[in-house]
Write a protein that binds this ligand. Structure first.
Ligand SMILES: C[S@@+](CC[C@H](N)C(=O)[O-])C[C@H]1O[C@@H](n2cnc3c(N)ncnc32)[C@H](O)[C@@H]1O
Length: 272
């Protein structure tokens, strides 16, 4: 792996790299806002650790091409993507378990010119986990959004996070049951993680088992957890929130800071 040229932990040419990644992401079908795509690009470019970029849940390849765009530019190795592509997931009810997103996924990679920069595993994440033995630099969790599924993904792969690596979970601020609960209970409340926050609907944290308990990190995570925990009672009610409950959810969500992230400030925050 060749390290990119860096100032303050961020590659000097990160701005055009982010533009290039977003261009590819925006051309692909799937679920990722520009804010989230640019943040993922930042994570992939700046995470101060060595190891794999692992994506759990690829669907039609939208986030995959964003990660692979950065991995290709900075010679960070192939992005590892795992998805059965049968979409038997509560996140994709319209596919009903009979359709497959695999052809679209392959088309997305080919159109982006990134096929050779992705290692695809057409399995459930737990099947990949059974033989997994590589350190993980970026763990992007966007697969099964049930509580059981999201917790299983973190339980299986977080032990492989490299010191300084980043875990990022999608849809923590959308009303799915799993991501928010797992992020609050297993990440924000754990001293194995240091700085943490939100960008769009992504919850992220840096794995810092040696100094995650430092007061500055604990306080930051506790403040995030206090606000995010107010969303938990709603998460069991799933996507069908209505009326007053929906309004309260929206008010609580707005109180969780999740706006654009300044790349330089973020790279400084996670610097070790
Ligand atoms: C929300 S979509 C992923 C969206 C994608 N990251 C994007 O950028 O558009 C969720 C995906 O997770 C996959 N999935 C569900 N359960 C899974 C599991 N246990 N392991 C791996 N992938 C899973 C589904 O097949 C589906 O394609």
């Amino acid at each position: 792996m060749s390290a990119p040229s860096q100032t303050s932990g961020l590659p000097q040419d990160f701005a055009p790299a982010s533009d290039e990644a977003w261009q590819r992401v925006s051309a692909a079908p799937g679920f990722l806002s520009e804010r989230e795509a640019r943040f993922l690009a930042l994570v992939a470019a700046a995470a101060p650790a060595r190891g794999a970029i692992l994506e759990i849940g690829s669907f039609k390849g939208k986030s995959t091409v964003g990660l692979a765009s950065i991995a290709a530019r900075y010679s960070l190795g192939r992005v590892i993507a795992v998805d059965p592509f049968t979409a038997p997931s509560s996140t994709d009810p319209s596919l009903g378990g009979s359709a497959s997103s695999y052809d679209d996924f392959c088309r997305t990679l080919a159109q982006a010119g990134l096929t050779d920069h992705v290692e695809v595993h057409r399995h459930f994440s737990r099947d990949l986990a059974s033989g997994w033995n590589r350190p993980i630099r970026v763990l992007w969790v966007d697969g099964d959004h049930t509580y059981r599924g999201a917790k299983e993904d973190l339980d299986l792969f977080a032990p492989h996070l490299a010191d300084g690596g980043i875990v990022a979970m999608h849809d923590v601020l959308h009303n799915f049951e799993g991501p928010i609960r797992v992020f609050v209970e297993e990440v924000l409340q754990s001293d194995r993680y240091g700085p943490a926050g939100f960008c769009g609907s992504i919850g992220w944290a840096q794995y810092r088992p040696r100094d995650g308990a430092a007061p500055r990190f604990r306080e930051l995570r506790a403040a995030q957890a206090r606000r995010a925990a107010r969303l938990l009672p709603f998460s069991t009610r799933g996507r069908g929130l209505r009326g007053l409950a929906k309004l309260r959810y929206q008010i609580y969500r707005a109180a969780v800071p999740h706006g654009d992230v300044d790349p330089h400030a973020w790279a400084d925050l996670i610097r070790r």
